[in-house]
Ligand binder design. Structure first.
Ligand code: AMP
Ligand code: MG
Length: 381
């Protein structure tokens, strides 16, 4: 946990209950611009037979009344201004007609009408926010309203990101034959930040076990978690497996999903490690489905998964693999119904299929679906 200035805590999770040291509102005040009166005095007031009261003073918000409101008296009062002694209700200015030192009241009010009582919203020592609450703008406002300028929250995890591959070329350098750009690091960086964690970009490492081990050791010193990209498959140069196994407890999984079959999860020095596949779409989707919830959980969030809903297919669809297929989709809403179409070619190297997508549809293994059939869907934004 960490204690930090209120404005720096947006999106973080409270590490302890917060009690109000003072009531809200702190004093009885007017909910309207109008006249503070004794309700009894104006019980018979109407448009045709107004009740005339003498005006004692005018109180703007932020000031303290000096006169007590006695029989047949009224005090002009603004929204948020302190109620004067003696008055027990406020008549809206719309229900009055003012003539110099006097005001005609054109409608009755009940006792306490248009008055906000001290402690009405929050009483002293009331627990206003509980441990585990995610701080949204309304929580920032609530914390400010009870003078909480510093907040104890769960720290955002620092997440090291390392790309692996001899073929990877940093941006700005000329592309030699056989090489490609390292795009995964950028996608993962954005996903880490969106999962409210702090990305730590550690660059590219060659498919060389010793170099990788040195880099990952450096990562574990600086970060709370590690994400690698590439090298977890069964290729000859997939050294990530070997190095992760040397350094910690890692399980290599073949998940029956498409894209993203090979993945690695485990711990090094007690810190979570996520080995993502190298294919650009696989990397982004495996992060979305497996790493994002884990990072949110590390940050104290309890709402870890995106809502799943049902969408109607706009076209026939085939998944002829025996893996659950997460297809990139364009999802639209019409009334209370959702519709989905895929973004076209779905190869795991085709980043464009994700750029066009605003959601994923979950297509079961060996499914031959017809237009208008329903699939499970989720937003990607
Ligand atoms: P790998 O998982 O290392 O076998 O890589 C699978 C595929 O993803 C290969 O075509 C790699 O060139 C590609 N790839 C691996 N890492 C990256 C990366 N950081 N950015 C873009 N493509 C990558
Ligand atoms: Mg590789």
């Amino acid at each position: 946990i960490e204690r930090k200035p209120l404005l720096d805590t947006l999106g973080q999770v409270l590490a302890q209950d917060v009690r109000a040291p003072e009531p809200i509102p702190p004093f009885d005040n007017s909910a309207m611009d109008g006249y503070a009166v004794r309700a009894h005095d104006v019980a018979q007031a109407s448009k045709t037979s107004p009740v005339t009261l003498k005006i004692l003073e005018s109180i703007p918000a932020g000031y303290v009344p000096t006169r007590s409101v006695g029989p047949a008296r009224a005090t002009r009062i603004m929204t948020g201004a302190m109620m004067p002694e003696g008055a027990d209700a406020v008549v809206r200015v719309e229900d009055t007609r003012s003539e110099g030192e006097h005001v005609d009241i054109l409608a009755p009010v009940a006792v306490s009408e248009n008055v906000r009582r001290a402690g009405e919203s929050v009483s002293r020592e009331q627990c206003v926010l509980t441990k585990g609450t995610c701080i949204r703008p309304q929580e920032l406002a609530m914390l400010a309203s009870i003078n909480c300028s510093e907040v104890t929250v769960i720290r955002r995890p620092i997440v090291a990101i390392v790309s692996t591959g001899d073929e990877l070329t940093p941006l700005g350098e000329p592309l030699e034959p056989g090489k490609i750009r390292d795009s995964n690091r950028y996608g993962i960086y954005g996903q880490v930040a969106e999962a409210k964690a702090i990305p730590l970009d550690l660059g590219i490492v060659k498919d060389d076990a010793d170099a990788l081990e040195r880099k990952l050791a450096e990562a574990m010193q600086q970060a709370d978690a590690l994400i690698t990209s590439g090298g977890v498959s069964v290729g000859d140069y997939d050294v990530v497996k070997e190095v992760l196994l040397r350094m910690g407890e890692i399980n290599f999984w073949r998940v029956a999903m498409k894209p993203g079959k090979p993945q690695a999860y485990g711990f090094i020095q007690g810190k979570p490690v996520f080995g993502l596949p190298g294919n650009p779409v696989s990397s982004l989707i495996v992060f979305e489905l497996f790493v994002r919830p884990a990072l949110l959980k590390m940050g104290g969030d309890t709402q870890l998964f995106r809502p799943i809903f049902s969408a109607q297919l706009r076209h026939d669809l085939i998944n002829d693999t025996n893996r659950l297929n997460f297809m990139r989709a364009i999802i639209t809403q019409e009334g209370d119904r959702f519709f989905a179409s895929t973004t076209g070619p779905q190869s795991s190297g085709n980043l464009h299929s994700l750029v066009l997508a605003n959601g994923l549809i979950h297509v079961p293994p060996n499914a031959h679906l017809k237009q208008d059939e329903h699939v499970q869907a989720q937003w990607l934004e």
